[in-house]
Design a protein around this ligand. Sequence first.
Ligand code: PLP
Length: 495
Amino acid sequence: MRYQSTRDKAIGISSAEAIAQGLSRDGGLFVPEYFPALSPDALTKLVGMPYVERAAYIMKMYLDDYTVEELRSFAQAAYGMPVYDDPAVAPMRKVDDDTYCLELWHGPTSAFKDMALQMLPHLLTAALSKTGDEKDVCILVATSGDTGKAALEGFKDVPRTKIMVFYPEDGVSDVQKLQMTTQEGENVGVCAVYGNFDDAQTGVKKIFSDEAMRKELAEKGVFLSSANSINWGRLLPQIVYYVSAYCDLVATGAISQGEEIDFCVPTGNFGNILAGYYAKKMGLPIGRLICASNTNDVLTQFIETGVYDRNRPFNTTISPSMDILISSNLERLLYDVSGGDDELIASYMRELSEKGEYKVSDAVFKEIQSVFRCGSCSDDKTMKTIRAVYDTYGYLIDTHTAVAFSVLEELREKDGQRWKTVVVSTASPYKFCDSVLDALGGDTNADGLDLIDRLEEKSGTKAPLPLKSLRGKTVRFKQAVQKENMPDVVTQFLS
Ligand SMILES: *Cc1c(COP(=O)(O)O)cnc(C)c1O
């Protein structure tokens, strides 16, 4: 299978090349030239498989230059115990008769990004040997909190790789910051950037498009790649858990095979929900995909109006991993719903970078509306939802997952009916324990690590081990810079 750029479909490269490169030189994102079909027979087979087998099977459909044995061993290394603390990897929790929760946070950093970032280093290092590339790779990451730590964990001490993470100084939680600044490993770097996530992301994108820097690094035998959700090797492992969730519902008799089910996804960069869209394209019986936003609801407005407008205030919310105004992966959706119109996509993206706004064609808008629903949720509502879900079901959820619960319940009220939906749960409540404890009425006047203990006591649940063991770790990274100085940080890191 060949991969194209969303801004130039004439590009036709292999899956290994797409994963090694990350982002296309024209600024576009790599997409597969078609979506392989998941037949009912194949789905039946998948129902009987454990997660690792499901992952190898689905990924093989897209990665024809990798062997199934390779992919199986990668999946075992990425998702096996003790990396994941649950043998189901992505377990499904029944909340009520119509509502299921897909827990994607049983990996080493307690957020859903592990699902992709435990796999990406395997796919990437294999891609380097497959493409015969002699250079080492330096992974650059801009993070709104969860990606950074997950990428550091995935890439630490992986041969032929280095990883440099930039996070916004004032946009991550205590626990998130500590997770990153205490990161172990010989090939890792972490640096704060004054500003918000978009500042950090823009800085990283600038470095990627800097030809002079690219040349200088190439002479040193290093090339830059990305672990942000623009890399195909990050998106692909996410398709797996939609298929897996569906299989689990069939296996437990919650639905019959072929029955459609909705997914409600807390959304920021549009990577998670896009994987759901791709699963639907493959033929997985998904009805609608519900895009849930916090008050940075640029996506919700887009889905409602067909106008993407980033000229608006940036809000710092209690669901910081969704505090994003430019959702990179939306470009892939636009490419698909426009029937692969690369010129149109290039023009939208030009308008976005020049005016901060674009309006899609009627045809594109109609297509999007036929698949997606949406809604947004304030911090206040998020808090009330955490409390209500805990009081009603004894189920503790984090702030991001609460946004999705709230949006789903509002749509159900508006429609005057309930229907079977999987809420995608993207983080352990302990990762955002200050807000979660506050929602339960606990005293939050303490530092991040004490709050973990208090939340355990208050809720009668257990914190994931990697968070518990943060106490006593040494802070290794203290640097903070203006975004203009990010290139210097990278040069220093690599020298
Ligand atoms: C990254 C993240 C999201 C947003 O996912 P996207 O793929 O960027 O839409 C939601 N919740 C949590 C906890 C995250 O870490």
